[in-house]
Design a protein around this ligand. Structure first.
Ligand code: SAM
Length: 250
C-alpha cells in the first residue's frame, strides 16, 4: 500500500512552528530590551554600603551627572572641596573619593547635623553627627575631611575670612545641599561662589524639589533662579535638572 503524504498536516505543522518561533523571538527580544533599559548603570559606588550606616538616600540620583566631572579633578594634585549639608555623609563620601582624593586635598563640611525631624526619614531623630563621623571615620582621622558643625550663615563667613587672609585656598568644588530655604540658599550660593576658583564647579541641590508648591520660599528654586539671573556671564551651565551644576568662568 502506498502511503499518501498529508501536505495539509505538514503545512499546519510549519505554520505552528513558525508562529511559536516569531512569538518567542518577539517576547524574548522585548524582555531583553526592557532588561537593558532598566538595568542600573555600572557604578560600583553606593552599591555596597557594608561598613557604612546609611538610612536615607538623597544623593544616588546624582551619580550619572556627578561621574562626568571626575575627569576634571583627576590631574589636580591639590583639589579643595566644600560641602554645605552632608547629613549621613553620602555626598561627602563621593566627594572625598572622587573629587578631593589627592595627596593635598581637603574637604570642608558644614552642617548643623540637627535636621528637623519632619524632613528626615525614617521619622526618628538620630544622632546625625555620630552617624556622619562613623561613615567618614577614616577621612576625618586623616584630616582629609574637616567637619564644621554649625549653621552655614555662621560658618561660611569664617571660612571666607580665612580665604581672604590666604590661610585657606579657594575651592575647586562646592556642593550646596544644606537648609533648603530660599533665603539660606541665596546666602550659601553667594558666599560659596566668592570662594570658588575660576574653572571650579558649584553643584546646587534641590532645584526640582517642589514639596511646598504654595510656599516656594521654602524651597531652593527661587534662590537658584535669582542666582542664575544675577550672575549671568560668570558661569557656564553644566547641568540643569533636579540639581544645577555651574562652572565658574570668570
Ligand atoms: C538634604 S540633607 C543633605 C543630604 C546630603 N547631601 C546627602 O548626600 O545625603 C540637608 C542637610 O543640611 C543640613 N542643614 C540644614 N540647615 C542647615 C544650615 N542652616 N546650615 C548648615 N546645614 C544645614 C541638615 O542638617 C542636613 O544634614
Amino acid at each position: 500500500m502506498v502511503k499518501t503524504i498529508n501536505y495539509k498536516k505538514i503545512l499546519l505543522f510549519i505554520v505552528i512552528i513558525t508562529t511559536i518561533f516569531i512569538f518567542v523571538s518577539f517576547t524574548g527580544g522585548f524582555a531583553l530590551l526592557k532588561l537593558i533599559k532598566t538595568s542600573k548603570p555600572l557604578i560600583t559606588y553606593q552599591e555596597n554600603t557594608t561598613g557604612y550606616d546609611f538610612s536615607v538616600d538623597w544623593f544616588s540620583h546624582n551619580l550619572k551627572s556627578w561621574n562626568k566631572y571626575k575627569a576634571f579633578f583627576e590631574d589636580n594634585e591639590n583639589s579643595q572641596c566644600l560641602e554645605i549639608g552632608a547629613l549621613e555623609g553620602r555626598s561627602t563620601l563621593y566627594t572625598v573619593q572622587n573629587y578631593c582624593n589627592s595627596k593635598n586635598s581637603k574637604t570642608y563640611v558644614i552642617d548643623t547635623w540637627e535636621w528637623p525631624i519632619s524632613y528626615y526619614t525614617p521619622q526618628e531623630q538620630k544622632d546625625l553627627f555620630a552617624i556622619f563621623s562613623y561613615n567618614l571615620r577614616d577621612y576625618i582621622k586623616n584630616k582629609k575631611v574637616i567637619p564644621l558643625r554649625g549653621e552655614s550663615r555662621k560658618m561660611l563667613p569664617q571660612l571666607a575670612y580665612e580665604v581672604s587672609q590666604n590661610k585657606l585656598q579657594k575651592f575647586d568644588f562646592v556642593y550646596i545641599c544644606g537648609s533648603h530655604l530660599a533665603k539660606d540658599y541665596m546666602f550659601d550660593m553667594a558666599l560659596s561662589w566668592e570662594m570658588l576658583k575660576v574653572d571650579g564647579i558649584m553643584a546646587v541641590a534641590g532645584y526640582g524639589w517642589d514639596k511646598f508648591k504654595e510656599n516656594p520660599e521654602l524651597t531652593p528654586k527661587p534662590a537658584i533662579d535669582g542666582f542664575l539671573v544675577s550672575y549671568k556671564g560668570d558661569y557656564e551651565i553644566l547641568h540643569k535638572g533636579f540639581e544645577v551644576h555651574l562652572k565658574k568662568i570668570r
